[in-house]
Design a protein around this ligand. Structure first.
Ligand code: PEP
Ligand code: MN
Length: 433
């Protein structure tokens, strides 16, 4: 992607309306009004042992001026080198890193210690209860894992986040001082489970990060937000982890960026991209993380393991803390303003792709019906071209198109081409005895 937005792009966004700083347009039905900052309050450093540069400083350091769309900030030699915007809202990137699963005390402690040395890392993740596709696979350490995760938090000062899927998980996570929860993709597909979790969390205001459901179902995702919001939880964020999809793709889960973008346009929530579960392999991580930043997402979730090759779950997609450091170093953090332009464009491009695909299917269907007419004409000895009928149809289409704001030239060209292809198809049928 170009770092300098062209005038055309700016024109485009002006015509579309203003960009909301957190993704929703001013016209959208914003139901979550909490500032991103309130979510980030929990990300302040805990205890001692944490890098002397506080998380808040880092967040401010990676925030970029809202008004300099062409400015590119490359991250980070020293975070203090990076220019701090004085007037723009301090939009920041949350980096949630840690293993897919908490496996042992030594594994989580070694991973956490190394991650705590990376200033951009704002939270430590670790799965305690693992939803597995098939039985007999490693299903997480349960309560024992929470003891180790809390130890990692106490030692490094990193806030911790884990996945909860049942009210019992919620109870234990709160008992072991987990700072934030995420709801997994397999749980979000089930409104009964989501409701049970929302009920279990009523009365707390712990930050809840809601992953997209596995299926590309925006309404189901939004429904999960509504359930937590109704239960009084105000610190909600979205995690985009890609979607199961029938198309061949190099991704483990197809990104379908337009869906999370649409979510942020309908709900005013921060959006984190879980690049690990989108990619499913290490090779795609860098480019996908860059794409997420280019689309103005508010942070990344990246699975990290001290020895990825020994990981009990998701080994192929995990990277070492050192590799994470390199990945973050090679990311370009752009001005949020220009990224929001890109985000809106990506959403609209996704819509265009969908419309084009519908057009193609309609054309194929039309051609099919035309072939059936050809067969019929052949059996009944009717000529292929019936000029009078066609002239009338075309005139009707031009008039209808004009009512929809479409130019007669466009309608004539498109339908002449379609008609021509139809005639050729029917002629072929006639000639093939
Ligand atoms: C995970 O984060 O390890 C996980 C199981 O995620 P998801 O629910 O996105 O599959
Ligand atoms: Mn995982």
């Amino acid at each position: 992607m170009e770092s300098n937005m062209t005038n055309d792009m700016h024109l485009g966004i002006d015509q579309m309306g203003s960009c909301h700083p957190y993704g929703g347009s001013s016209e959208s039905a914003v139901i979550f009004t909490q500032e991103f900052h309130s979510l980030l309050n929990i990300l302040r450093p805990y205890g001692t042992g944490r890098n002397p540069i506080g998380v808040t400083d880092i967040m401010q350091a990676v925030s970029t001026p809202a008004d300099s769309s062409s400015e590119v900030l490359s991250n980070p030699v020293g975070v203090t080198d990076i220019k701090q915007a004085d007037s723009s809202p301090a939009l920041t990137n949350v980096i949630i890193a840690g293993p897919c699963s908490v496996e042992s005390e030594s594994q989580i402690l070694a991973t956490a210690r190394a991650l705590a040395q990376i200033p951009q890392v704002t939270m430590l993740r670790g799965g305690i209860w693992k939803p597995r596709t098939r039985p007999d696979a490693f299903e997480g350490r349960g309560e024992q894992g929470l003891v180790w995760l809390r130890e990692a938090k106490r030692e490094t000062g990193l806030p911790i986040i884990t996945e909860v899927a049942t009210p019992e998980h919620v109870e234990l996570a709160l008992k072991y001082e987990v700072d934030a929860l995420w709801i997994g993709a397999r749980t979000v597909v089930n409104p009964f489970s989501v409701q049970q979790l929302a009920d279990a969390l009523q009365g707390t205001d712990i930050p809840v990060f809601i992953k997209n459901p596995i299926s590309p179902d925006l309404k189901l995702w939004i429904g999960a937000f509504e359930r937590f919001q109704k239960a009084g939880l105000s610190q909600l964020a979205a995690i985009h982890r890609g979607f199961a999809y029938y198309k061949e793709s190099p991704y483990r889960n197809f990104p379908m960026w337009e869906i999370p973008i649409e979510l942020t346009q309908q709900l005013n929530v921060p959006l984190i991209t879980d690049v690990s579960h989108i990619c499913g392999n290490r090779e795609l991580l860098q480019a996908t993380a860059q794409k997420a930043l280019d689309l103005a997402t508010d942070g990344l979730m990246i699975e990290c393991h001290i020895h990825p090759e020994e990981a009990l779950t998701d080994g192929k997609q995990q990277i070492t803390p050192d590799e994470l450091k390199t990945l973050l170093f090679n990311l370009t953090f752009r001005s949020k303003q220009s990224c929001h332009v890109e985000r809106d464009l990506a959403g609209l491009r996704g819509e265009i792709d969908d419309i084009d695909s519908e057009l193609l299917q309609l054309l194929a269907r039309r051609m099919e019906v035309s072939a059936q007419i050809g067969e019929y004409k052949k059996q009944n000895n009717v000529t292929v071209v019936q000029m009078d009928r066609w002239k009338k149809i075309l005139a009707d289409h031009v008039a209808a198109g004009e009512d929809m704001g479409l130019s007669p030239i466009l309608i004539n060209k498109v339908f002449e081409a379609i008609h021509q292809a139809s005639i050729e198809r029917q002629s072929d049928i006639m000639e093939n005895e």
